[in-house]
Design a protein around this ligand. Sequence first.
Ligand code: SAM
Length: 224
Amino acid sequence: MSSWDQYWQKSHLVNPDSPQESVGRVLYGKPVDNKIWLETVDKVTKALKIDSESLFLDLCGGNGLLSGQMSVVPKAIICADLNADLLSQVSPRSISRVQADVRQLPFLDLSFTSIAMYAAIQYLNETESVFLFENLFGLLKENGRVFIGDIPDYDSRMKYFSMNSRIDRYFNSIKIGRPMIGNWFERNWIRSALQYSGFSHVEILEQDEWEPYASFRFDVVAEK
Ligand SMILES: C[S@@+](CC[C@H](N)C(=O)[O-])C[C@H]1O[C@@H](n2cnc3c(N)ncnc32)[C@H](O)[C@@H]1O
C-alpha cells in the first residue's frame, strides 16, 4: 500500500459540515465555493454526454460531490471510493456506493456508458494508471466515454512548488513517501497511454480560468 492509500483509507478525517474540505478541495486555506464546483460538474456532465439513459460510474467519487449534483440524472450511478466515511456522506440514497480500490475494481466489462475520475489520478503511479486505463476501456460499452479531471500537469510542477514557499514542504513530503499533490503527468503521456489502452478518440482539455487549480492541472476526455 502506498502512503497516499493509507492516508485516504485510514488517516483522512471527514468533516460532514464541509463537504469540499472533506475531499481536500481547498484554495488558500478555504473550501472551494460549491457554486464554482457546480460549473465543473456541468462541464464533466456535458463532456461525458450524460443523459437519462446513462450508466455512470464515479471513480474515487469521495462524498459524491460530482455524482450527487449533476443537473441531468443518469439511469444508474455508482460512486466508488476507498474511504467508507466519505461514501457514507453520498446523497441522494439512490446512488449506489461501493467501497473499492480503483486498482481492483469489482465491476463487469461493458457495464457503463460513462466514467469519471476527478481529482484522483495523482494517487496512482504510471504502471497503475496504464492498467486502470485498460480496465476502464473494458468497463465501457461501445462509444462510452471517460473523463479524467484535475490531472496535475508535470510541466507546471516546479513552478507550483516554487511559489508560496512550498519547496521545503514539498521535499520534506517526498522524504516521507507522500509527495505533496501526488504524481504529475504530461499531457502527451496521458494521451498516448489512453490510445495504447484502446481509446479511439482522446481530447486533452485545458481548464478554464475560473477553475480553482487551472494554473497547474488539466483534464482529458476519451471515447471507446
Ligand atoms: C481529492 S478526492 C476527490 C473526490 C471526488 N472525486 C471529487 O472530485 O469530489 C480523492 C478521492 O480519491 C479517493 N482515493 C484515493 N486513492 C484511491 C484508490 N486507490 N482507490 C479508490 N479511491 C481512492 C479518496 O478516498 C478520495 O475520496
